[in-house]
Design a protein around this ligand. Structure first.
Ligand code: AMP
Ligand code: MN
Ligand code: MN
Ligand code: MN
Length: 276
């Protein structure tokens, strides 16, 4: 069984439509897939239908953007009901402000001598309400300002760089509340990416668990082997379950669907009790 509980489609900053994504996952041997677009559930119905056709198990998911003590975190909700009104209203609130932020990012890039990136990023975005830094990075690649999206982020789009514009996302407790009312399971995405000190990480995990968080994404393409081990230990220490996700966005950009090591056998997989 190959489980991949984290990926993106054109409903957020992925490059494949939900149907293309599911077909690719099946072709790569994935047997259970969750689609987890950023702050958006619009891709789930198409992905679910495609998964039925492809004969693989499908999980309704979403990846919510959160601001915790000034740091951006991502929380994945799995097995959510995408029709839940409280979740939908929450996600709409988180999405609001993305277009205004994109204008500010473009204004900063223009100061660097790169004009027209707002229009460029909006053209790249499949869902313009979800315009993201990824779309700016892809646009900069198309313009040959940078050779690849990773360089685009490193030079322009991460904190401390000229095109980075801070943004206030959802509160952690709000995101966990929306996932809970929608019947979902909350997973802390790629914790190794946040650059938190070990003290802050411990405080985050305690707060996450006490507010209803259920699992940590232990195996993620963002994690080194050492980080997978570190977060496996933290999951056990905090009594949290574990998840596994590629965070696939596009062919040739980052990790491939399903291409991940197995979870450590001593962990409790978040999907263990989910029937077919
Ligand atoms: P946003 O929600 O607009 O701030 O964009 C966040 C997205 O940018 C993440 O979901 C990743 O897909 C992507 N991203 C963030 N940091 C990096 C990075 N250093 N390299 C490549 N992609 C990144
Ligand atoms: Mn993304
Ligand atoms: Mn993420
Ligand atoms: Mn993601």
């Amino acid at each position: 069984m190959s489980v991949d509980l984290h990926c993106h489609s054109t409903a957020s900053d992925g490059a494949l439509t939900p149907r293309e994504l599911v077909r690719r996952a099946a072709a790569h041997g994935v047997t259970m897939l969750a689609l987890t677009d950023h702050d958006a559930v619009e891709g789930l119905a198409e992905a679910h239908a495609a998964a039925r056709e492809a004969g693989i198990a499908f999980v309704n998911g979403v990846e919510i953007s959160v601001t915790w003590r000034g740091t951006t975190l991502h929380v994945v909700g799995l097995r959510i009901d995408p029709a839940n009104a409280a979740l939908a209203a929450g996600l709409e609130g988180v999405r609001g402000g993305r277009v205004a932020r994109a204008r500010r990012i473009a204004a900063e890039l223009e100061k660097e001598g790169i004009a027209g990136t707002f229009e460029g990023a909006m053209r790249v975005a499949g869902n313009t309400a979800m315009v993201s830094r990824t779309h700016f990075a892809r646009h900069l690649v198309q313009r040959r300002v940078v050779p690849d999206t990773t360089t685009g982020f490193r030079r322009f789009l991460v904190p401390g760089k000229p095109g980075y514009v801070p943004h206030e996302w959802a509160a952690l407790a709000s995101a966990l509340g929306w996932i809970a009312v929608a019947g979902g399971h909350a997973v802390l995405s790629h914790p190794g990416r946040y650059g938190l000190s070990s003290g802050a990480m411990n405080e985050l995990l305690a707060e996450f668990r006490d507010a209803g968080g259920e699992a940590i994404e232990v195996v993620s393409a963002s994690h080194s082997v050492a980080q997978c081990r570190e977060f496996a230990e933290l999951a056990r220490h905090f009594g949290l379950a574990a998840s596994r996700g590629s965070d696939f966005h596009a062919p040739g950009e980052g990790a491939e669907l399903g291409s991940l090591p197995a979870l450590d056998a001593r962990l409790y997989p978040v999907w263990r009790d989910w029937g077919p």
